[in-house]
Ligand binder design. Structure first.
Ligand code: PMP
Length: 474
């Protein structure tokens, strides 16, 4: 009853498009959550929407789309417009987007530079494949290669993260002459027949033969059996290879920050030693940067750089296109050479429209200094969340870097019992208050906060205030 009346009050307040003044002055951490927080001011008027209602869409989805589709929220939100870090529903209600369409919108929704590049290219030439020449693909490839360390200079364009990881796995197998792939538990690498095997979250697993894929313990500093002791995890990896797959390793794939797995940053030092073990065993090392790339972690442009390694193959998608269907694989000329005798063709990979958009994304991120911004806003957000952890026992762990943040909820801190129901309850309340966050982790008890990188300190304050307000009413 209490919650019902609160959420009615909140909705009314939020519908008025609140007008808290923009200020970056530090806020008191332990402020009493007495009134629902209001969204930072934002000057944008959404267009009136006259399309299908959320209920009608849901009905049609159930009739015409596959039953595997799932949606967030008991009453799913019908999003009809987006502008930078905000989204608008069918009634014009504004939400702070703290999940960026699953870590995909890097520059901001409908960023004008990206939109202009896409529109101009679409008007001129929408499609041609690589059987003809086109300037956009090489300009984009050159710009992307300039962002890579070491000898990672050869780019393949694809349409998604799944495709990127498929290609990386193919290259690893061809280059090494081996079949065995090693991945971490709690990982997500895609939804195709091949990459679903690399994925190790039980909910995503299919009971079909996955073919020479081995999962090793993920070096999770919070829940992992060896805590932050990366040597112990690497020993387990080495034992697995020595006794399980000697001489048969094609490649090892890992996200440096497990995204779907709940924003888990691998134990410090893990990748350096793990890469050594894999290379000694004849395999190549693949970094899945689908979520953590393009400066999101603040301290570095790529997630793997936070561990001081240079992979042999890097896969990327999502943020690379700010919403365009785009993915890429970057590798060394030596590894790329193994593909030269094969047909590796992708009709839409590197198409003019996506290449023009992708190049615009890279330019915007540089021009607007989004990596530095992510570091700055991210440390403010983490500081405020850590203060909130002191206030609520429910918060078991606050982790992350830059704008790649996880908040894990537990019913008791000692046993780390996942607070599944509480997470689900707060998730709904945050939405009612006007914040859309992600939810993940093996037990579904982690809030994933990975907003568009134009997210401001005021947005961070609003998000934490909303969490505080929602938790204070439990
Ligand atoms: N790798 C990671 C780390 C991901 O998070 C995802 C998507 N959640 C993928 C690969 C697959 O990407 P896509 O959905 O674009 O195929």
């Amino acid at each position: 009853m209490f919650w019902r009346s609160i959420s009615r009050r909140c909705s009314r307040v939020l519908l008025q498009f609140s007008s808290r003044t923009l200020s970056s002055a530090p806020r008191p951490d332990a402020a009493v959550a007495s009134a629902p927080p209001v969204l930072p001011r934002f000057d944008h008027q959404p267009k009136p929407y006259n399309g299908l209602s959320g209920d009608e869409i849901l009905k049609k989805r159930q009739t015409f789309l596959g039953p595997s589709l799932f949606h967030y929220y008991q009453k799913p939100v019908n999003i009809v417009e987006g502008k930078m870090q905000y989204l608008y529903d069918e009634n014009g209600k504004r939400y702070l987007d703290a999940f960026a369409g699953i870590v995909t919108v890097s520059c901001g929704h409908c960023h004008p530079d990206v939109v202009n590049s896409v529109v101009e290219q679409t008007k001129l030439l929408q499609h041609t494949t690589t059987i003809y020449l086109h300037h956009a693909i090489v300009e984009f490839a050159e710009a992307l290669a300039s962002k890579m360390p070491g000898n990672l200079k050869v780019v393949y364009f694809v349409n998604s993260g799944t495709e990127a990881n498929e290609l990386a796995m193919l290259m690893a197998r061809l280059y090494s002459g081996n079949l065995g792939m090693v991945a971490l538990r709690n990982a997500y690498h895609g939804g195709s027949a091949g990459t679903i095997g690399l994925t190790a979250l039980s909910t995503w697993k299919y009971q079909i033969p996955q073919g020479e894929i081995h999962h090793v313990i993920n070096p999770d500093p919070y829940r992992g059996v060896f805590g932050s002791n990366s040597d112990a995890y690497v020993k387990e990896l080495k034992d697995h290879i020595d006794f399980g797959t000697p001489g048969k390793v094609a490649g090892f794939i890992a996200e440096t920050f497990q995204g779907v797995g709940g924003a888990v940053e691998l134990a410090p030092g893990y990748l350096k030693s793990a890469y050594e073990v894999i290379r000694k065993a004849g395999g190549v090392c693949i970094a899945d940067e689908v979520q953590s790339g393009f400066g999101r972690t603040g301290s570095h442009y790529w997630g793997f750089e936070t561990q001081g390694v240079i992979p042999d193959i890097v896969t990327m998608a999502k943020g690379i296109g700010n919403g365009l269907p785009l993915g890429a694989v970057v590798t060394t000329p030596e590894i790329a050479q193994v593909m030269s005798q094969k047909i590796q063709f992708n009709t839409f990979g590197g198409n003019p429209v996506c290449s023009a958009g992708g190049l615009a994304v890279l330019n915007v991120l540089d021009k607007e200094r989004r990596q530095v911004h992510s570091a700055d806003v991210g440390s403010h957000l983490l500081h405020r969340l850590r203060s909130l952890k002191q206030k609520y026992e429910l918060i078991g762990d606050v982790r992350g870097r830059g704008l790649m943040v996880g908040v894990e909820l537990v019913t008791d801190r000692k046993d780390k019992t996942p607070a599944k129901q509480e997470t689900a309850f707060l998730f709904e309340k945050l939405k009612d208050l006007g914040v859309l966050v992600g939810k993940g982790g093996l037990h579904g008890n982690v809030f994933r906060i990975k907003p568009p990188m134009c997210f401001s300190k005021d947005d961070a304050d609003f998000l934490v205030d909303a969490m505080d307000y929602a938790m204070s009413g439990m």
